[in-house]
Write a protein that binds this ligand. Structure first.
Ligand SMILES: *[C@@H]1O[C@H](CO)[C@@H](O)[C@H](O)[C@H]1NC(C)=O
Ligand SMILES: *[C@@H]1O[C@H](CO)[C@@H](O)[C@H](O)[C@H]1NC(C)=O
Ligand SMILES: *[C@@H]1O[C@H](CO)[C@@H](O)[C@H](O)[C@H]1NC(C)=O
Length: 355
């Protein structure tokens, strides 16, 4: 035998043995389970993960209280390594969004491509506007509608944020001491939108979040100021007129609904269709959007305290907490588990401590 062949005879069995040893080690790890690092959703179990060194170093140089560029995304990636970037609103390239193109509303926009094209060709604007888009560091706050906002005088703190996000018909006028007066955008769907035209605040973006195909038709009629002809198919009355110019209207990237539902919260996939308990609340969708698009994220007015059934559910009406019904669409408790992770990991700041 040639020496080279001899060597092969020795090396091959060694490689095979090595491989077996290696894979049994893997198997061993898998079967006997060293401590798992991740939970079922893919979040690190250890939520107080440190920032990457370069960022920690960079932030160390910032003055006390300054906005930290890239903070939310870096923290999120640290506890959820699968995190990927996603833009806030749909733009003319929306058909390239691989993750949403194959899902029907609310998790994507399949079947609605044509109507979205028509809407986007009228709105012609796909960002927050030149001033906010050019900020090196954006601080965003999502103002939830919870009664927990009442009598805390957080209004001036809320107004300090660069981007103030409000949801549905939550009023500002009459409540500014507690909820602030600035509204950068209002995220809403047909049934949730403000119905009285005079109640719309000036200088805010009307951000549309679709839950069903019909919602896109409604939006087209609002954008083109057409008379709303078909009203059946909505689960309650809807706004018939939105006093906003097309340039002040945006379509929220449906990816945030999909990601919040299936990845972050772990709601039932239901073959990618809307089903029992698999729709995240608009508040959590807005937080998901902010995690991808803001450098720092805060929330206020989130969280229901079921131990105080007589406390008000919303800050703007006297309906009591006890009125909240078992929801068919949402899974509040599972959603709260996700939001608690964000608070524990210091990714979001909860001004009202309700999460
Ligand atoms: C932080 O400040 C120090 C001292 O001024 C400087 O040498 C260093 O380059 C700065 N680091 C970063 C990441 O800006
Ligand atoms: C807030 O204060 C007002 C006036 O003092 C009071 O009537 C109301 O009940 C308070 N709301 C809550 C939720 O404590
Ligand atoms: C919420 O999720 C929990 C745990 O998966 C489940 O037991 C419960 O039935 C769900 N609730 C709703 C309303 O779907």
């Amino acid at each position: 035998m040639k020496p080279a062949h001899k060597l092969l005879f020795v090396v091959c069995p060694m490689l095979v043995l090595g491989f077996i040893y290696y894979s049994s080690g893997k198997l061993h790890l898998h079967v006997w389970g060293q401590k798992p690092l991740f939970d079922k959703q893919g979040f690190m179990l250890n939520l107080d993960t440190k920032l990457p060194l370069d960022l920690a170093y960079k932030y160390g140089n910032l003055s006390e209280g300054a906005c930290k560029p890239g903070y939310a995304a870096a923290k999120m990636t640290a506890i959820y390594p699968k995190s990927k970037p996603a833009s806030m609103f749909l733009d003319r390239n929306f058909k390239r969004l691989a993750k949403v193109i194959n899902y029907l509303p609310p998790f994507g926009f399949r079947t609605q491509e044509r109507i979205i094209d028509v809407i986007l060709s009228a709105t012609k604007n796909y960002g927050l506007g030149p001033e906010l888009d050019s900020l090196i560091c954006k601080r965003c706050i999502i103002v939830g509608n919870g009664g927990i906002l009442s009598n805390k005088s957080l209004g001036s703190r809320i107004d300090e944020y660069d981007v103030v996000v409000r949801l549905n018909e939550a009023p500002v006028s009459g409540y500014t001491r507690d909820v602030g007066s600035k509204t950068t955008m209002r995220i809403t769907y047909p049934e949730g939108a403000i119905q009285k035209p005079e109640r719309y605040e000036k200088d805010s973006l009307f951000v549309f979040s679709a839950f069903k195909p019909l919602d896109f038709k409604w939006l087209r009629q609002m954008v083109y100021k057409e008379k709303l002809v078909r009203l059946e198919g909505f689960w309650k009355s809807v706004a018939r007129y939105v006093p906003r110019e097309p340039s002040e209207i945006r379509i929220l990237n449906p990816y945030f609904i999909q990601e919040a539902a299936f990845q972050f919260i772990g709601l039932p996939q239901n073959n990618g269709l809307m089903g029992k308990g698999n729709i995240p609340t608009l508040g959590t969708v807005a937080i998901t959007m902010a995690l991808h698009n803001c450098d720092e994220v805060a929330v206020a007015g989130f969280g229901y305290d079921m131990n105080t059934p007589h406390a008000p559910l919303h800050y703007y009406e006297s309906v009591k907490m006890s009125a909240i019904k078992e929801s068919w669409t949402h899974n509040i408790s599972k959603e709260k588990e996700f939001l608690r992770k964000l608070v524990k990991a210091n990714i979001i700041t909860d001004l009202t401590n309700g999460i």
